[in-house]
Design a protein around this ligand. Sequence first.
Ligand code: GLN
Length: 498
Amino acid sequence: MEGLTNPLDLPVAEMAARVRNIDDPLTASELVETSLLRIEAIDPALHAFLRTTPELAREQARVVDARVEAGEDPGPLAGVPLGVKDNIAVEGVPLTCASKILGNYVPPTGATSVRRAVDAGACIVGKTNLDEFGMGSSTENSAFGPTRNPYDLERVPGGSSGGSAAAVAAGMVPLALGSDTGGSIRQPAALSGIVGMKPTYGRVSRNGLVAFASSLDQVGPMARSAADARILLGAIQGTDPADATTRDLPAVTGSGAAELAGLRIGRVEEFSLAGVAGGEPMEAAMGDVHKALEEAGAESVELSIPLVKSSIPIYYIVAPAEASSNLARYDGVRYGHRTSDAGALQALYAKTRDEGFGAEVKRRILIGTFALSAGYADAYYKRAMAARSALRRGFERAFERCDVIVSATTPTPAFLLGEKVDDPLAMYLCDILTVASNLAGIPVMNVPAGQTEDGLPVGMQLWGPAGSEARLFDVAEALAETTGHAYRAPVIPAGGDA
Ligand code: GLN
C-alpha cells in the first residue's frame, strides 16, 4: 500500500527527507501543488482559509527545489506546506485578524516565527481563519464567516485557531501555526483531533504576532502527530532581539519516545469533569488513559491546586485588561479601516471602532477598560494578578511531586455551530481546562485521546514545567504507542481528494 500514500499525508520528517534527497523525484513544487489542489477541493466545505497564497508558495517551493539541485540543504521543513493563522504577519500578504478593522492592511515585514519556518524550507500556502483577534473558542467570531469541523460540518472546529486546526485535520496542510492566549491552539486541536502545543512563555518570538494579551500570548505548532509538531517547534523556537520576552530555554531537538515506567503522572483534582454536563466522554477517555499509563508502569500522583478553580475569573480579567490596551491602536488614524462618516476627532475614533470591531471584541474592551479603571483596578486587575502569581506557584509546587500532569483539554467534544455564540459565559467556560497554563506560563500540548460514539475527536493535555517541551513530546509519542490513539483522517462529504 505504501506506494499509494499521497506524499502530503507522509510524516513531516519523511516528506522533507524525500524533498531533500536529490535522487527522489518528490519536489517541494509538487507538494505545494497538491496542497493547493486539496484546498480548492475541500475548503469550500470548511472555510479554514481566509486566503491562499499560491504565488508565494510556488516561489518558496522553487527556492527549495533549486537549493536541492545546487547540493544545498534547504532544512528540516523542506517543501512542507504550511498554513499560518491570520493574526501572524507574512510579509506582503494582507493581515486581517478576521476583523474588519484592519481594512486592507498589508504588513511590511513578516513574523519571526514565519521567517524561521520559511528559512527551514516551509512553503506558505495560505492564511487561516480565526475568532476576531483570537477572542473566542469556536471561530464563529470571525468577521468573514465561521470554519466548520471536518468530522461533522454542523459543528465548530474550536477556536480561536479553528482555521489552522481544520486545515491540518482535513489534510490540506501537514502543519500550521496557531497562537494560544488561553487555549486557542489546544482547544481547536482537541475538537479537531490533532496535536497542538502552547510552548513555554518566551520560547517562540511574538514579533509579528498581533498582540491580544501580551503576558499570555504564545505562537505554537499544530500538526497530525507529536513528531511533526516537534519539527515545526524546533524550527521556530529561540530568542529574538525583536521580542524582549523571549528567553533561553533548553532547545527542542531530536525525536523519540519516553520511558513511561516510573514516570510520575500528576492528576489534579480541580481538572476533574465529574458532574460537568456533556463531560462524560472526556471523563471516560481520561480514565482509559490513566489506566493505560498505570499498566505501562507510570506512577499516579494525586494533586490539588485549589486556585485552578479560579482560573476562568482570573483569565477573564487579565486577558481583557491587556486587550483593551493593545487594541487602542486601532483608531482609524494610523492604519486599517477608517469611517467615511467622521465629524470631529472623537467621532472618528468612535465610529471607526464601532464599525470595525465585532461584538465579542467590544465586550472584551469594555470589560478590560472597566477592570483597569480608577477605583476598580485594585478590586479586579490587581487582585487577579495576585491570584495569578499564587496559581503559578501552585504549579511549581505540583511539579516538585510529578513529571507531567495529564488532564482533559475541553469539557465537551465539538459543539454545534450557533450553540454557544449568543451566550458569552457558556463560550468562556470552554476554556476551563486551558487558561491556567497561560497564566502560569508553562508548556502544554493537546494530543488525541480517542473519539466519542459519534466519531467526534476527544483530546487530552500533557502539562510540564517551564522549558520541558522536549519531554512532553517524548511522553506524547510513548503514549500514542501505548494507547494507539492517533490522528485519524476525516471523511468530508462535500469534498474530494486531490
Ligand atoms: N478562548 C479564549 C478567549 O476567548 C482563548 C483565546 C486564545 O487563546 N486566543 O480568550
